[in-house]
Design a protein around this ligand. Sequence first.
Ligand code: URP
Ligand code: ZN
Ligand code: ZN
Length: 459
Amino acid sequence: MSVLIKNGRIVTGSEDFIGDIFIEGDHIQGIGKNLDRKADTVINAKGMLVMPGGIDPHVHLEMPFMGTFSSDTYETGTRAALFGGTTMVIDFILQKQGNSLQAAYDEWQGRASGTAVGDYGFHMAVTDFNEHTKEEIAHMIELGITSFKTFMAYKGALMIDDGQMVRLMQEVKRAGGIVTAHATNGDMIDTLIAKHRSEGNLSPWYHYMSQPEITESEASGRFADMASYTGVPAYIVHMTCEGALNAVRNSTRRNQTVFVETCIQYLLLDASLYKQNFDGAKWVMSPPLREPKDQTALWAGINQGLVQVVGTDHCPFKWEQKLMGKDDFSKIPNGHPAIEHRMELLFSEGVNKGKISHNKYVDVTSTNAAKIFGMFPRKGSLSIGADADIVILDPKEKHTLSVNTHHMNVDYSGYEGWKLTGKIKTVLQRGKVVIDNDMCFAARGDGQFIKRNKVKGQL
Ligand code: URP
Ligand code: ZN
Ligand code: ZN
């Protein structure tokens, strides 16, 4: 099968020109002006943006968490991602404390393999670092899992202490991987949760009050310090606030690089949503939404190159599941749905409103994640030989987000009624048209597990 995309505005992290792309099989075989190639399918992309398929490196599909499972399966979640222009996701395997990494890998692949519609990879969340785990790190890297996630919160379930963190970092550095962190101070948060509960303050607002900015800035600085000491490549997931960003900014003064991911919700939504009684549960996530001044800092951080990635932390729960916490905010499953909307939201609110350039958009939605996590230039790139993962976006088309039209397996939208400018029209995954005009042509099991390479800790 061959495809010729003609006369599109081709945008990458560094280029922006009108041209054609020729695809044969899974790969891009030609890029240029007026390409004279015969193809089975010709797509007229005049007036459209043609960009690398999105990579969302932070999603939780079918994840066991807080007594339930996140509601999107690998099938529904990756299909929704494709509708929104995200052709690859990186999900999180969670080691069970007391068990091996291999057991967790087998369990997660059991759910994803043969069911995912879009391409996927895994981070390995190390929740119990011991002598046995240490021996498994190099093997995980051979399996193509080159990033190791740590939780500095959720004590008793996922959190590791600083001693385990340092030993994990030393081993991951030796083996050629990267350590990532949910960087918040778990002990402080647990103390605040207990205080609010004992005072009878049980609404979603107190979820926000239990995780003040300092819990994130302190842990981000501590994580950066431990990464500096061990020399391991480091990445902070879902950063929300100015204080945490300043902790990373500080680390640059000793010539350290700490990669930073924020998520679309932290750029666009703020903590005032928690004031709406229990409806605020839709946005109960950790860390919580913050203040307008934090949004300003994060947008600036993107333009300053301090924030390299915009993900989603997609972790959807149906309303019935959110109701598990109707009498106690600490029992509301943490997470919100966004996998489908990241690319269009960031385009509409970021590029179309002049906050970021087209090139920056491609970097933060695709290319940087591919580079940081060992997939470039196979993924995240429009270049000869790259996987033909391509998004064709109409920059002018207007549309409205709603639970009635989204494809995620969740019965509300965190963005109900948002009017966006810029719509994903066509998506190719490894050379095949998988989305066209709101229809999906990819099937259950079409998604491939992408083995990732060792990482360099550089862009
Ligand atoms: O609220 C969130 N973020 N839920 C998913 C788990 C995590 O901490 O990333
Ligand atoms: Zn987290
Ligand atoms: Zn997460």
